[in-house]
Every structure is written in structure tokens, then in C-alpha cells.
Design a protein around this ligand. Structure first.
Ligand code: FMN
Length: 312
């Protein structure tokens, strides 16, 4: 079993990574997971390289920092080298984020139309060009997140390009862009990829509980967990055999609510907390009723009060 994971000059304490998830891995959720601990690295929601290059207010608000224990990467989205170059320079020089990740897996139609995200998988030459230029300009850790291919598997070709350009590690979501939402990740690729690529491989897809997580860690250098960590942000400490008590879970819930209040103006709080319905209802008796209560709540304070009174 591999013991630790080094990405560039960064030693991760754990071989686990919180996946980037748009409108979920914002500063509130990353702070909560950082406080719970047990995780090696976290990645922001996807951030437009162009927005960062132009210092758009909204973009800058998405990369607010905090005093973290767990290294934090910014995930960038774009299609051409130039915005990436300016964005990564800014991140290295002006922020305390520990590294960057480039998104080459997002399947959203509006992203594909702009030839970003998973669309890049169809253009290995462009991937090479982007990575060469980014690598030249920064010394902080640099990773890329890909899929097995767009509509046809070409992961081995892409990994070769990424290896040639000196990328520090690659996350592979073991699915094609065209695979149906809800279909299972093809972990059968993991061993072959490990055998054939010299890169550090972080495996991603359908890791939903601690036992699955521990098993997957035997195959790849690190694992990235998305929905499993939204359902249960304690998954990372559970992997270290620490089982959270009910009181602690209640405290963490209070903390989540307090952070929503700290970072979002009153008119956005209800929407923000609704995004975390999965977590708030997960693993409890009466999941359906709890979900319904959250969705039907008219104010943020209603949700807060409901959880104060709920037995944990
Ligand atoms: C709501 C949601 C938002 C996501 N946003 C991003 C994103 O911004 N960047 C990215 O690379 N992947 C994004 N993903 C994909 C996840 O990072 C991950 O690859 C995928 O969910 C599979 O991992 P899982 O089965 O552990 O959830 C998102 C997934 C979900 C469910």
C-alpha cells in the first residue's frame, strides 16, 4: 500500500482529496471540512480563468481564502493558454492557495460550446500547449482533472501529453464525457492506467463510503471524493477510524449555518443552505421528511431553527 502522496513540492498528510464541485465546495463547505480534518487536499469550485485574469468581482469573491490546515487548490476553467497564464501567475503571486488544477472534464453544454472542460479531451495538442505554458510560468503544484475521453476513450494518449509537459498529478474521473449521468465510474481502468503512466494518478468516481474509499486507495496514488463527502463530510476522518459523536455532528451543523451567515448576505442564505440538503438529510431517519422541510422552508432562520430542535 502506498503511504503518502507528494504533489510537486507539497506533501499531503492524507491521500484523499475533496473534489471540486460547482456551488458546493465554496468557502463555507471547505472551511467545515477543514475543521473536521482527515483530508489531504481540497479544490475550489471551477473558476473561470478569463474571469480571474480580468479580476471580475464575482470571480475574486469565489477565491476568498481562510486560515486553513488543509492545502487548497484553485480549479481553473478555460480553453486557451493566455487566460490560464495570467490566472496562474495571479494565483502564485497574489494568493495563498497551494496550487492549481485545470478542469478538462466538465460536461456542461455551455462549457463544451466554449471548447473548455471536457471539450479539451478532443484536442490533445491544445492540452499540450496549455500545460507547457502553464508549467513554464509557475512553480506551485499543478494538476489536471480529466475523464477517460470525450465520446471515445483516449486517456492513454492524454496522459502521455500531460506527463511530457511536467504536470505534477492527474485526477482521472473514470468516465467518458458522453457516459450517462448516474452511470458508474469504470474503475477497471485504474490498474492499467497505473501500469502504463509514470504520473501520479488520483482516482475519482462513485466512492460513497469509507470502506469503498479504503479499498480504492490500494489501486491508485490518491482518491478524490465528491458526492460521498457532501453526503458525509466525516468520511475522511472515518477513514482514520474516528467515528463522530452525535453532539459533534450537531456542532458541525451549527458551524455550517454560522459560516453561511458569515459569508453570504441574508437574501442568499436560504439558497445556499438548500444546496446542502443532501448533507443535512443524509443517513438520518425520516430523510424524505427532512428534505421536504428544507425545500419548503421560507427563510434561512426556519432551517436553522429546525436543525436546532432536531435530535442528532
Ligand atoms: C454538483 C456537482 C458539481 C460539480 N462541479 C465540478 C466542478 O466544478 N469541477 C470539476 O472538475 N468537477 C465537478 N464535478 C464533478 C466532481 O468533481 C466529480 O468528478 C464527480 O462528482 C464524480 O465523483 P463522485 O462520484 O465522488 O461524486 C461536480 C459534480 C457535482 C455532483
Amino acid at each position: 500500500m502506498m503511504e503518502n502522496l507528494k504533489i510537486g513540492n507539497l506533501h499531503l498528510k492524507h491521500r484523499t482529496i475533496l473534489a471540486p464541485m460547482a456551488s458546493l465546495t465554496d468557502i463555507v463547505f471547505r472551511r467545515v471540512v477543514d475543521e473536521i480534518g482527515g483530508v489531504g487536499l481540497m479544490v475550489t469550485e471551477l473558476i473561470s480563468a478569463e474571469g480571474l485574469r480580468r479580476k471580475h468581482k464575482k470571480t475574486l469573491s469565489m477565491i476568498k481564502s481562510f486560515d486553513f490546515k488543509t492545502p487548497q487548490f484553485i480549479q481553473l476553467l478555460g480553453s486557451e493558454p493566455e487566460p490560464f497564464i495570467d490566472a496562474v501567475k495571479y494565483i502564485e503571486e497574489e494568493t495563498d492557495f497551494s496550487g492549481i488544477d485545470i478542469n478538462m472534464g466538465c460536461p456542461a453544454r455551455k462549457v463544451i460550446k466554449k471548447r473548455a472542460g471536457a471539450a479539451l479531451l478532443k484536442d490533445p495538442k491544445k492540452i499540450g500547449e496549455i500545460c507547457k505554458k502553464v508549467r513554464k510560468i509557475i512553480s506551485i503544484p499543478f494538476t489536471v482533472k480529466i475523464r477517460l475521453g470525450f465520446e471515445q476513450e483516449n486517456v492513454f494518449e492524454i496522459l502521455k501529453v500531460l506527463e511530457n509537459e511536467g504536470v505534477d498529478a492527474v485526477t482521472v474521473h473514470f468516465k467518458l464525457k458522453t457516459d450517462k449521468y448516474g452511470s458508474k465510474a469504470r474503475w477497471e481502468y485504474a490498474e492499467r492506467i497505473k501500469e502504463r503512466s509514470g504520473l501520479k494518478i488520483i482516482g475519482n468516481g462513485n466512492i460513497l463510503n469509507r470502506d469503498e474509499a479504503l479499498e480504492r486507495l490500494n489501486i491508485v496514488d490518491g482518491i478524490m471524493i465528491g458526492r460521498g463527502a457532501i453526503n458525509n463530510p466525516f468520511i475522511f476522518v472515518e477513514m482514520q477510524n474516528e467515528m463522530p459523536s452525535s453532539e459533534y455532528k450537531k456542532d458541525i451543523n451549527e458551524r455550517l449555518m454560522a459560516l453561511v451567515e458569515e459569508y453570504y448576505p441574508p437574501e442568499l442564505r436560504l439558497l445556499r443552505i438548500k444546496a446542502f440538503t443532501r448533507y443535512l438529510a443524509f443517513g438520518r431517519p425520516y430523510v424524505k421528511e427532512i428534505k421536504h422541510k428544507i425545500y419548503a422552508s421560507k427563510t434561512f432562520d426556519d432551517v436553522k431553527q429546525f436543525f436546532r430542535e432536531l435530535d442528532f
